[in-house]
Design a protein around this ligand. Structure first.
Ligand code: MG
Length: 264
């Protein structure tokens, strides 16, 4: 879309010294990282347009698992997970600095539901950007849907809440306030590789944040990387789901998954 072109953004910035100074002071992300193939944006480009804010509908009753789901966390037991262990209290498990956790079981194509909560902002200076409520959901331990508190908190768009990290910003910013529970409903299609390891079809993700569609059948360009272009490396048809310890006490609850397969 012309209105979002980088040339226009850059020209607009150059046309106003005052604005340029403002942007300089509020610099987001990177422009010294490689270009994302097929786009005009660098990995983690702070000039990439910020998705507009959408206020999600009121939080309802937390959706319980359907009958064929595999419950990964019911509020009391983290037996489905390795790593951590994270602190369990009040029906939630919370990142505690003991490292990430991953499911014992492996999954390929699947529907994942989870709820997460970024820590409330206390008194005093607040962390900004990637430092606020950072965690992440990784499919196959490789493909990250970012968890971050982006309620009135700007960061580079391909690293914001529900971004396919380093690749694709969400269509909109449907964050709730920190301290409130938020939901992800994600349908993930695993990438396919042929016998010699060549990519046959990419991973694809459809993501709802708080009931708002933020990615619709979005292909991934590879496994998540920081400040580098994502790349595929051949792997098997299934892998573990992992949750990131990024040093912030993000909580999770009501986590369940349904492997997706056709009847025939
Ligand atoms: Mg993260």
């Amino acid at each position: 879309m012309l209105g979002t072109s980088k040339a226009l953004v850059t020209a607009a910035l150059a046309s106003s010294a005052l604005l340029a100074v403002t942007v300089q002071e509020d610099k987001l992300g990177y422009q010294d990282s490689p270009l994302i193939p097929g786009t005009e944006w660098h990995v983690h480009d702070g000039l990439r347009p910020q998705p507009r804010v959408v206020t999600p509908g009121a939080a309802g009753v937390s959706q319980s698992a359907p009958s064929d789901a595999i419950v990964l966390f019911d509020g009391t037991s983290a037996d489905a997970w390795e790593g951590g262990p994270w602190e369990i209290a009040d029906g939630a498990m919370t990142v505690n600095g003991k490292g990430g956790i991953k499911t014992r079981e492996s999954f390929g194509d699947c529907q994942l539901h989870l709820e997460w909560r970024a820590p409330e902002l206390g008194d005093g200076p607040h962390a900004k950007g990637q430092g606020r409520g950072n965690s992440g959901v990784f499919f196959m331990e490789k493909y990250e849907v970012q968890v971050l508190d982006c309620f009135e908190n700007r960061t580079y768009p391909d690293g914001m809440t529900s971004a396919l990290y380093g690749q694709e910003p969400p269509m909109v910013n449907a964050c709730r306030r920190p301290g409130e529970w938020q939901s992800y409903d994600i349908c993930f299609r695993a990438p396919r590789f042929d016998a010699d390891g060549s990519l046959v079809s990419p991973a694809v993700a459809t993501v709802f944040l708080n009931g708002v569609c933020v990615h619709h059948a979005q292909p991934l360009i590879g496994a998540t990387r920081h400040r580098q272009v994502a790349e595929y490396a051949a792997h098997g048809p299934t892998g573990r789901i992992s949750l990131q310890d990024h040093g912030n006490p993000v909580s999770f609850r009501n986590v369940w998954v349904r492997p997706l397969e056709r009847a025939e």
